[in-house]
Design a protein around this ligand. Structure first.
Ligand SMILES: *Cc1c(COP(=O)(O)O)cnc(C)c1O
Length: 380
C-alpha cells in the first residue's frame, strides 16, 4: 500500500511553534507588536508602501473596496474564474459583480476581457493572480486608467510570484493577500491588505478595529484611558499576535518555499510536455509564478476526460482537485452570466485539475503522480 499524497501540505516547523510559545509567554496574544512587525516586514518583502493585517484575504478585499470608495450600485468587474470570495467581496459593499472572461494560458483577466465587461457604472476591477500566475496588471490598467477605475489586485495566491521583476502586488494601488493553509505562507487563517495610498491604509487600519479612534494597543499602553470615538461603522477584522508570530517565521521561509515549488513545477512541466493531450500551467513571459496551484488541462486526444483522470489519481491514492471554480455557476450569481458567455472560464473550469505540489513533496512522490498521468488506464 502506498501512502496518500495530498494536494497541499503547509510547511510549518519548530520555529513557528517556538514563536507562538514566546508570544503566549509575553502575555500579549491579540493584535499588538507582532502584528505591527509582520505588517512592516510583509510590506518590505512585497515592496508595498503600507500593509494592514486582517483576519483573511476575504476581509482584506472587503476593506479594499470600502477604502477605494466602491459604493452600493457601482459595478465591479471580476473574473468568474476565481475562488468565490473575490465575487462575494463586491456584494459585501452592495455593488454589482460583472464577470469578465480570462486568458486561456494564465487563467487571468486581461485588458481585452476587462474592456468587454466595462459599463458606464464600473467603479473598480478586481484582478486575480490566479493560482499564483501573475496578473498582467499593466495590460488591465491600460483598459481602466482612461476611466479612473481602481484596480484591486486579489493576490491571495500570489506571495512569491513576480511581475516584470518585482513582487506581484508591488505595482498595484491596493492588493489583498491570504495566509490560509492552502496558500504558500500560512498563519492558520489570516490576510493582509497592501496599498500605495497612505489615506487608504490609515482608514483600513481604523475600520478593521471597529473604526476606533484609539487602537486597543495604544489604549492599553496608557495609564489614563483616552476617550475613544467610533468614527464610522467598523469591523473586527483583527489578526492576532499568535498568528503574526507564525507569519513572521513563514515570511522568512518564503524564498525557500518558492524555489522548491518552482523546481518541482519545472519537473512536472518537463515530463507533462511529453504526454499527448495534457497541457500544464506555465510562466507567462512577463513574470514568474509560485505555482500555488499547479494545474493541467485535459485536452481532446487524452485517453480519459478530467473526471476519468481524477478517478485514476484517486485509485493511486493521489489527491487532486478539480480546477479553479467558475463563480457564475454558483446559486447567488447564476443570473449574472453575461450574454456573450464566459467560454474560456467554462473550458478551464471543466477541463483542468490541480496536482499535488508542496514543499516536502519528494521526487519519488512526484514520479507516482506522473506515472498515472502517463497511463491513466493502467490504474484500476
Ligand atoms: C484563497 C482565496 C481567497 C480567500 O482567501 P481567505 O484568506 O481564505 O479569505 C480569495 N481569493 C482568491 C483568489 C483565493 O485563492
Amino acid at each position: 500500500m502506498s501512502e496518500r499524497i495530498n494536494v497541499m501540505v503547509p510547511w510549518l516547523g519548530q520555529e513557528e511553534a517556538a514563536a507562538v510559545a514566546e508570544t503566549i509567554a509575553s502575555g500579549w496574544v491579540a493584535q499588538g507588536p507582532r502584528v505591527a512587525r509582520f505588517e512592516e516586514e510583509f510590506a518590505g518583502a512585497m515592496q508595498a508602501a503600507h500593509a494592514v493585517a486582517t483576519t483573511s484575504c476575504t476581509t482584506a478585499l472587503h476593506l479594499a473596496l470600502i477604502v477605494a470608495d466602491v459604493r452600493p450600485g457601482d459595478d465591479v468587474v471580476v473574473p468568474s474564474f476565481s475562488f468565490i470570495a473575490t465575487t462575494n467581496a463586491v456584494r459585501y459593499v452592495g455593488a454589482n459583480p460583472v464577470f469578465a472572461d480570462v486568458d486561456p494560458l494564465t487563467g487571468n483577466i486581461t485588458g481585452d476581457t476587462v474592456r468587454a465587461a466595462l459599463t458606464p457604472n464600473t467603479r473598480a476591477v478586481i484582478g486575480v493572480d490566479q493560482g499564483g500566475v501573475p496578473l498582467d496588471l499593466d495590460d488591465v490598467r491600460a483598459a481602466t486608467d482612461p476611466f479612473k477605475i481602481v484596480v484591486v489586485e486579489d493576490a491571495a495566491c500570489g506571495a512569491g510570484s513576480t511581475y516584470k521583476g518585482r513582487p506581484v502586488g508591488a505595482g498595484a494601488e491596493i492588493a489583498a493577500w491570504s495566509f490560509h493553509p492552502r496558500k504558500l505562507l500560512t498563519t492558520g487563517e489570516g490576510g493582509m491588505l497592501t496599498t500605495s495610498n497612505p489615506e487608504w491604509a490609515a482608514r483600513a487600519k481604523t475600520l478593521r478595529e471597529h473604526a476606533m479612534s484609539v487602537s486597543a494597543a495604544d489604549r492599553h499602553r496608557s495609564v489614563l484611558p483616552p476617550a475613544e470615538e467610533y468614527t464610522e461603522v467598523g469591523f473586527n477584522f483583527r489578526m492576532t499576535d499568535l498568528q503574526a508570530a507564525v507569519g513572521l517565521v513563514q515570511l522568512g521561509r518564503l524564498p525557500e518555499i518558492v524555489a522548491r515549488r518552482r523546481e518541482l513545477a519545472a519537473r512536472y512541466q518537463e515530463h507533462i510536455a511529453a504526454i499527448d493531450g495534457l497541457r500544464a500551467v506555465d510562466d507567462p513571459e512577463y513574470g514568474t509564478g509560485n505555482y500555488q496551484s499547479f494545474w493541467v488541462e485535459v485536452e481532446d486526444g487524452y485517453p480519459v476526460d478530467r473526471e476519468g483522470l481524477l478517478e485514476a489519481l484517486a485509485h493511486a491514492d493521489v489527491s487532486a482537485r478539480r480546477g479553479i471554480m467558475a463563480s457564475h455557476r454558483q446559486p447567488p450569481y447564476r443570473e449574472l452570466t453575461p450574454a456573450h458567455g464566459l467560454p474560456v472560464t467554462e473550458r478551464l473550469t471543466d477541463r483542468t485539475l490541480i496536482l499535488p505540489l508542496f514543499h516536502t513533496l519528494t521526487d519519488a512522490d512526484q514520479d507516482r503522480v506522473l506515472a498515472v498521468l502517463r497511463d491513466p488506464r493502467a490504474v484500476s
